[in-house]
Design a protein around this ligand. Structure first.
Ligand code: ARG
Ligand code: ZN
Length: 870
């Protein structure tokens, strides 16, 4: 036996195939229409396809027809109605040598959805069948040129057992249905809009719908359905409202109407990502549909609103105008994230939304951009495209769109998007097409701005404001630089729109916000009429996704934290104040703590501040964010310094926190802004009261848990208890489990809360939870609940023993055999090994090497691991 293993390991590793953007070639064949027939069964589905194939007029050679396939074997092939044997399977793809220019190709394949654990293609989730085709799942359903620049009209007949699959859904409109023998029934669906294969979807199962309707502004009625399992119907109201709000908003803000008479959403519990924008049939991870106050937090409600909007907005930014190739992914994702962010800002508080979006960008994208997996928002190459559904493509992509909107102003930006949609409707477009539409529609030259599409890394901008009392001028000196994967910073010339204001040092007043555009390595801007040295408010609204290094003093930051009229800049000033103190603590340099306490005291005393905003202002930067500010991360020292400051703030303001805590006592549950603000501030103050180590902290948290009538309060209380060494923690966790063990989405929270605990026994606990009867690797939500909760817990994941790393490595190896896409998502947590102090760094690398040495790694994991070790 050992010999056989050795031979296996010694087998030459197959060279990875690298797909490059520059190698794009237009297709040699087009498929204007496809007719599909599905004989559905959970463990046996027969797929028959009829393709209308046309040779491209611009093709120079008689290229064969190449149809992508993944794990398929044709059981029958016909061309123009006749059996056809002149085909070959090459690396799973079907190649047919066809003469002439037009044919009808028919192919039959048989697949087993019940064994499809990758959740790509057609798969079974509990007793229902559903699909995920983006990016390359359609080739697991049938042979097809599975690339986004092939647009086809789909007509689909699906047939299955009526009891197992009472509901049969597909894209477009249902045009016919009927019954056949043996208790089977069928439905015929036609989608009038040509679409790429990644937007194909099919669902068959025992589902019920929340049905509603929407009338478009031109008066067309649309039937809306949200399909869920029977008991979940009462939890679909928020998603439905979000859908209707999105439809209205896209008409008002972008002039975009819905284009079918039917819009279906289906919630499934096993899903690799958030949701999918299939034409007329969006498929969602159930966590982004199901909510009521008892099971969902305010953040969950927001997540639902944002993702429902995101998928709906794709109908224009993604479906009507799609991507030419996957390098253009940010064309639809960056733009659509920008659109959903703007929508959520309009539905709720723009200030809070911006703070949240920047928090996400810094937590997920900045580290990615600083590490071995950094890539431009339009990548140049990939091995596995699933690895490029990243915070860079999505969230930095959205920031790049936002910067264009800032440079153009609202009106010209709208002219640009109108032109983009009109010009490219029905086409597969490129990022370059989008930029050109912005230039033509918005009458602007974005020549140099294109650097954002090519350049990885987060630009650093240093800002220094000086004042000349004689001339009454202030001068702002800006410099920018970039570095890739730990290399030294080099001067750069990105186009960076920076919003600034110069505040009066006494009153905080200013004469208006200004936009300065930095587009050289170093530039100075002069401002007249400045009698006194003004206070610099900069990168207001986070107008550019940069790391700002300003020479502002702690006093100036403290001033801004109570005076800046831009909420983001005000929040940011407080964060900078806290972060620079904590970084100084960690690196052993002197810094003034009192000024932080004074700044916090000032905002706590300011009764004009909205409570939700106050809750944001007084929260300390995360341990991960602090780590990102350092050359070498020592998680324990960071944790200790931060906890010490938290404790000090807790003690200093304990009475004030208690007063606020009591003032935020909830009444009847409401989702309105004031009630949400109270819940938020109550949780934050509870955290500080606990940090002050007062004796009744555990009891107070437990009371909140016990008396809560909503999940926000419950989870907030449990979050505080989860770090404690008190019997209340055990009681509450046990109670929570008993109460919610039948609700998978809530049980996920139970796993996450424990994985995020700061207790020193967390590694052991996570290990035990992985063996809990309710834990399974086959449900991506459960996997993320436990393990992403853990890898985000900086101090405990980075336990100096390295046990956390080993646990993740072993899990990745096991999960890779079932679900490579979800397994690969965990590599970045280890991939940042170069950033950590020596001991941990070595152990992280060892864990990566262990993964790299495992047999039969997927393309997904091997790409991420090899890049992380390179
Ligand atoms: N287009 C989807 C969205 O952003 C994401 C789907 C990605 N799925 C995947 N398996 N890579 O809404
Ligand atoms: Zn998307």
């Amino acid at each position: 036996m050992p010999d056989i293993q050795k031979t296996d390991a010694a087998m030459p590793a197959t060279q990875p195939t690298i797909i490059r953007r520059e190698d794009y070639r237009p297709p040699a064949w087009f498929i204007p229409s496809i007719a599909l027939d599905f004989q559905l069964g959970l463990d046996h589905t027969v797929v028959h396809s009829l393709l209308d194939v046309r040779r491209s007029k611009s093709a120079k050679y008689e290229e064969p027809l190449l149809l992508d396939g993944d794990g398929l074997i044709p059981t029958a092939v016909k061309v123009d109605g006749e059996a056809w044997t002149d085909w070959q399977l090459i690396d799973g793809n079907l190649q047919l040598s066809l003469p002439g220019t037009a044919h009808e190709v028919e192919i039959t394949v048989e697949i087993d959805p019940s064994t499809n654990t990758q959740l790509m293609g057609l798969y079974a989730s509990q007793d229902m069948l559903c699909t995920q085709c983006e990016a390359e799942g359609f080739r697991r359903i049938t042979f097809f040129p599975d690339r986004p620049d092939i647009l086809s009209r789909y007509s689909v007949r699906m047939e299955g057992d009526k009891k197992t699959f009472p509901v049969l859904l597909c894209n477009g409109d249902k045009v016919a249905e009927g019954e056949v023998d043996n208790g089977r029934h069928w439905a015929q669906w036609n989608d009038p809009w040509p679409k790429p294969s990644y937007l194909f979807a099919l669902v068959a199962g025992d589902l019920v719908a929340n049905t509603d309707s929407f009338t478009t502004r031109s008066g067309k009625p649309v039937e809306l359905n949200i399909w869920v399992r029977d008991g979940d119907l009462p939890r679909t109201g928020h998603a439905m409202q979000a859908l209707k709000d999105s439809m209205r908003w896209d008409e008002e803000v972008y002039g975009r109407e819905y284009d079918l008479g039917l819009f279906n959403i289906v919630a499934v519990s096993d899903f690799n990502m958030g949701a999918m924008e299939n034409k007329g049939l969006n498929i969602f991870n159930s966590r982004y549909i199901l909510a009521d106050p008892e099971v969902a937090t305010d953040a969950d409600f927001d997540g639902i609103e944002g993702v429902v909007a995101h998928e709906y907005f794709h109908n224009w930014s993604g479906n009507r105008v799609t991507c030419r190739d996957w390098f253009q992914l940010s064309l639809k994702e960056g733009f659509t994230v920008y659109r959903d962010q703007s929508f959520s800002a309009d539905m709720g508080s723009a200030a809070l939304k911006r703070i949240e979006d920047v928090r996400i960008l810094r937590a997920a994208q900045f580290p990615e951009d600083a590490g071995p997996l950094a890539h431009p928002i339009r990548p140049e190459s990939y091995q596995e495209i699933s690895n490029f559904y990243t915070a860079t493509v999505y969230n930095k992509g959205a920031e790049v769109i936002r910067m264009m909107a800032t440079l153009l102003g609202a009106e010209r930006f709208r002219k640009g998007t109108d032109l983009y949609f009109d010009r490219h409707d029905g086409e597969a477009a490129t990022c370059e097409d989008f930029v050109v539409a912005m230039e033509d529609g918005g009458e602007i030259d974005l020549g140099k701005f294109r650097g954002w599409y090519r350049t990885p890394g987060t630009p650093r901008v240093s800002a220094k404001l000086s004042h000349n009392p004689q001339t009454g001028t202030a001068k702002l000196d800006l410099k920018q630089s970039l570095s890739a994967n730990g290399a030294p910073q080099q001067p750069s010339e990105m186009v960076i729109p920076i919003k600034i204001a110069l505040l009066d040092p006494v009153t905080g007043a200013h004469e208006g916000e200004q936009l300065v555009t930095l587009d050289q390595a170093a530039q100075s801007f002069t401002f007249e009429g400045q009698k006194d040295h003004p206070i610099l408010s900069i990168n207001r609204g986070f107008s550019a996704p940069i790391i700002l290094e300003s020479s502002r003093t702690a006093e100036e930051l403290a001033f801004l934290s109570s005076h800046d009229d831009d909420p983001f800049a005000r929040f940011e000033a407080m964060q900078q104040l806290m972060a620079s103190y904590l970084v100084a603590q960690v690196t052993g340099t002197p810094a003034d703590r009192d000024i932080i306490l004074q700044a916090i005291g000032a905002v706590l005393a300011d009764d004009k501040i909205d409570r939700a905003f106050l809750a944001e202002l007084i929260q300390l930067p995360s341990e991960a964010f602090l780590g990102d500010q350092m050359i070498e991360v020592d998680p324990q020292t960071i944790h200790d310094a931060r906890e010490k400051l938290r404790g000090k703030i807790g003690v200093q303001f304990e009475r004030k926190f208690r007063r606020l805590y009591n003032q935020c006592e909830p009444g009847a549950f409401s989702l309105d802004a004031a009630a949400r603000a109270d819940r938020k501030l109550r949780n934050v103050t509870l955290g500080y009261i606990a940090a002050s180590q007062v004796e009744d902290a555990a009891a107070l948290a437990f009371d909140q848990y016990r008396d809560a009538n909503n999940m926000t309060a419950m989870q907030g209380a449990l979050g505080v208890l989860s770090h404690m060494d008190a019997e209340e923690r055990t009681w509450a966790l046990e109670d929570f489990f008993k109460r919610f063990k039948d609700n998978a989405l809530v049980l996920d929270k139970w796993f996450t809360l424990q994985a995020m605990s700061q207790r020193s026994d967390t590694v052991k606990r996570v290990e035990r939870l992985a063996n809990h009867p309710e834990f399974t690797l086959s449900n991506p939500n459960r996997v993320r609940a436990l393990y992403a909760g853990f890898t985000n817990n900086q101090v405990r994941f980075h336990d100096p023993s390295g046990k956390g790393y080993q646990m993740i490595a072993d899990m990745v190896i096991e999960l890779d055999g079932q679900n490579p896409q979800t397994a690969a998502r965990f590599i970045p947590s280890l991939g940042r090994w170069r950033r950590f102090e020596r001991g941990r760094s070595d152990l992280m690398r060892l864990a990566l090497e262990k993964i790299a040495g495992a047999p039969n790694l997927s393309k997904d994991v091997s790409e991420q691991v090899s890049k992380s070790l390179a």
